[in-house]
Design a protein around this ligand. Structure first.
Ligand code: GUN
Length: 296
């Protein structure tokens, strides 16, 4: 049985962060400091951890970090007023509103109130439309990170069969658009797809983003295929909490040509790409050349 190459997302993300930091240092010599504003509404524990990590890594890269922590009962009006202020603040190049928002707030309305040029999550309908029509967009961070790993490992993706398992707005749909733009033949599959194992077995590239622990098994994988596991699931096993992906790593790594582990695969790429997107937004805002290799 062959054993897959492990794609080291942690190391790759560190390289991306170094590239970003080097570019930021050059911008600062010209008197420009890229800035990222992160807005957190409420007390969701996982969101608090993400926001703290985002702030720390933003500062570590040399960029300015603006954190706005609002109480869970914040009104839509107040949140929209804050976003309007950030939209018109020239020291803010990227705006991220951490999701999920408390239920009384309309996420679509809030996200679509962000200036699309500052929408470093790539969730604004304008950016979704730009990506879908092959125009210059802000691209969602997790799919962008997956694309970088795939390009680094495979070189050209042209002509390859790619199956994306999962159809979320945050990962599945933008991932499919990016693979299509790189000339893959793309299938978007999901939990209701008929004979999902057979669909996956046709793929040269499998991107698993369904949110079901260890769903994609080794016998779903074509020998030699590249497997990107976006899942982060906490499960109880042998009395311990364990982090697993959407791919059954043990069986899949015996069949795949290359595979991302969980943790240490796609996860670290997301914040690295958030920094890259903030840098890109800053360069565009200042009419400067974009950083090479850090955009789609
Ligand atoms: N919550 C979970 N993932 C994300 C993300 O990528 N962006 C935002 N804004 N919120 C999230």
């Amino acid at each position: 049985m062959s054993t897959a190459t492990i794609i080291d997302g942690k190391a790759f993300a560190a390289k991306v962060r170094e590239q970003v930091a080097a570019h930021v240092a050059k911008l600062k010599e010209q008197g420009i400091t890229p800035g990222l504003a992160v807005v957190l509404v409420g007390e969701d524990p996982a969101s608090k951890v993400y926001v703290r990590n985002k702030g720390e890594q933003t500062k570590a890269s040399g960029m300015a970090s603006f954190e706005h922590k609002l109480p869970a009962e914040t009104s839509e009006e107040d949140l929209l007023a804050l976003i309007a202020k950030l939209n018109s603040d020239p020291s803010v190049h990227g705006i991220l509103v951490q999701l999920p928002l408390p239920k009384h707030l309309n996420s679509d309305l809030v996200i679509n109130s962000i200036d699309p040029a500052k929408d470093v999550d790539g969730f604004h309908i304008s950016n979704v439309g730009l990506l879908g029509t092959g125009q210059k967009a802000m691209v969602p961070c997790t799919p962008l990170g997956c694309l970088m790993l795939l390009r680094d490992h495979l070189g050209s993706l042209s002509g390859l069969n790619a199956v994306v398992v999962g159809r979320s707005n945050i990962v599945g749909k933008p991932m499919a658009q990016l693979l299509l733009a790189d000339s893959c033949t793309v299938t978007i599959a999901h939990s209701r797809t008929k004979d999902l194992p057979e669909v996956c077995r046709r793929a040269d590239i499998v991107v698993a983003a369904v949110g079901r622990p260890e769903m994609v098994e080794g016998d779903w994988i074509k020998p030699g295929a590249t497997v990107i596991d976006v899942g982060i699931n906490r499960i109880e096993r042998d009395g311990k909490t364990k982090l697993v992906g959407d791919v059954h790593f043990e069986s899949a790594s015996k069949v795949a040509g290359a595979i991302t582990p969980v943790p240490g695969g796609v996860g670290p790429m997301t914040i690295a790409c958030l920094l890259a997107n903030t840098l890109t937004a800053c360069c565009r805002a200042n009419g400067l050349a974009e950083p090479e290799g850090l955009t789609a």
